[in-house]
Write a protein that binds this ligand. Structure first.
Ligand code: SDX
Length: 430
């Protein structure tokens, strides 16, 4: 069968150019425009990358119209029900579900890399007690580049694997230390005998003064949340990690750049903003006022946790998180009026023409904060939770990119619409 191509015609010059079409396993075909500038003198223009594929990847597939999400081909619903976060991290990193021995080895490696160098603690003393934990995460994770000189040759596959393991393993420890710093409590060392999420809960909530018992409901709820947050194709933070990694930068610094991008309220920072929004709405009787604000073009207010660049149907993760939210509140016998408020807000928004017309549905951040709150995790730690989980995706994308010998530095172009070329004017003539 002949190569699938598309032909572009310049209606000013009548010139045409034939461009190859690239097809993936699933998803729309793409026009390969890599030779467009060289052969036809044109750039493409796509601010916000609404129609641009920046790379090929075998990790995650999203069908925004169907509300479908696959990690390495496996539907997110099946992984959330049958897998656990470390197994999903293995799947993303290595491309297959681990055999029992592979899983046991991976879990052992991760759970035995959970401590950070003792001198890293000194960094925390440099932060104000009320520093946002995401600010601390950006700084401390980036500082790991200064410690691991034995695994910074990004061209060495063994170094890449060690760096991946260290990041997956140490994120919970650094996250918990960020929290302890903010409440003035001593850091709690990791316990390698606990599960990945059980250890995180232990480091967050244990104190040296008394034994701490991990609640299995909380342990499993965090595990499900981490599975659902582990990866999501070329979102802003993952694209940031790829772009910074494309120059050959150190993986710890690249993940630090991903944390910075995730923190934005339009991205992972939304889960914290949702709780603030629900708190501000306060009662079902105020919902209409906030829906009106969200629709008002002159009002910067947006319904946080609603809308998505890719999903124009229900975010499958939001559906699973809403169910988990119900299960956790039920199991812990917590009656949180915010959950009722959130469900009513969703119901009213989804019946409003403005939201229907724009295909605005709850996204991954809409219900997650209610679970974190039920587990005793403070609002300013919600995006930190997201960052722990997304590290599996970030470092898997980094590994996939760097491991591809054909990868190149990412260097987008622009349309320049500044001043035309002009001569310098001496100060006395201005
Ligand atoms: C995440 O990319 C990923 O995969 C991200 C993520 C991941 O797993 O990595 O899924 C995680 O970041 C989820 C999104 C969390 N952010 C929020 O919940 C913040 C609130 N949502 C929006 O800011 C917005 O929906 C975005 C940022 C999520 C998407 O922005 P887009 O794709 O650029 O859409 P847009 O801003 O062009 O909106 C299209 C229209 C606009 O109206 P019109 O100009 O057409 O009249 O929808 C409106 C927007 O004003 N709109 C909203 C809205 N979201 C979009 N109006 C009110 N409230 C909202 N939440």
């Amino acid at each position: 069968m002949s190569q699938h191509t598309v032909t572009l015609t310049d209606n000013k010059t009548g010139k045409t150019i034939e461009l190859p079409v690239v097809e993936g396993t699933h998803g729309p075909p793409a026009i390969d425009v890599s030779k467009l500038y060289r052969e036809a003198g044109f750039f493409t223009y796509d601010p916000g990358f609404l129609s641009t594929a920046s790379c090929t990847s075998q990790l995650t597939f999203i069908d925004g119209n169907k509300g479908q999400l696959l990690y390495r081909g496996y539907p997110i619903e099946q992984l959330a029900e049958k897998s656990n976060f470390l197994e999903v991290a293995y799947l993303l990193l290595y491309g297959h579900l681990p055999k029992p021995t592979e899983y046991d080895n991976f879990e052992h490696v991760i759970m035995h890399h959970t401590m950070f160098n003792e001198t890293v603690k000194n960094f925390f003393d440099g932060f104000r007690y009320d520093a946002h934990p995401m600010a601390i995460m950006v700084g401390v994770v980036g500082s790991l580049s200064a410690f691991y000189h034995d695994s910074t040759d990004v061209n060495n596959a063994v170094h890449r694997e060690i760096a991946a393991h260290r990041l997956i393993a140490k994120m919970p420890t650094i996250a918990a230390a960020s929290y302890k710093h903010s409440i003035g409590e001593p850091f709690i060392y990791p316990r390698n005998d606990l599960s990945y999420t059980g250890n995180l809960l232990h480091m967050l909530f244990a104190t040296p003064c008394e034994p701490y018992e991990v609640n299995p409901v909380a342990e499993r709820a965090l595990d499900i949340l981490f599975i659902l947050h582990a990866d999501h194709e070329q979102n802003a933070s993952t694209s940031t990690v790829r772009l910074s990694g494309s120059s050959g930068a150190d993986p710890f610094a690249c993940v630090s750049s991903g944390i910075a991008s995730l923190w934005g309220p339009a991205h992972g920072g939304a889960n914290e903003e949702v709780l603030k929004m629900l708190d501000e709405i306060g009662d079902v009787k105020h919902i209409d006022k906030y829906i009106a604000k969200a629709k008002d073009k002159d009002d910067p207010f947006r319904l946080m946790g609603f809308g998505h660049r890719v999903y124009k149907n229900y975010d499958p993760r939001a559906k699973l998180i809403r169910q988990t939210c119900y299960d956790v509140l039920e199991s812990l016998k917590i009656n949180d009026p915010m959950f009722e408020l959130a469900m009513r807000l969703e119901e009213i928004a989804r019946s409003d023409e403005y939201f229907i017309k724009r295909n605005l549905y709850p996204n991954v951040d809409f219900y997650s904060g209610i679970i974190y709150k039920a587990l005793g995790i403070p609002t300013n730690m919600f995006t930190v939770m997201f960052a722990i989980a997304r590290t599996a995706g970030w470092i898997s994308h980094w590994t996939e990119m760097i491991g591809d010998p054909a990868h190149r530095i990412g260097r987008p172009r622009q349309i320049y619409n500044g001043a035309a070329m002009r001569d310098f004017v001496m100060p006395e003539d201005r």
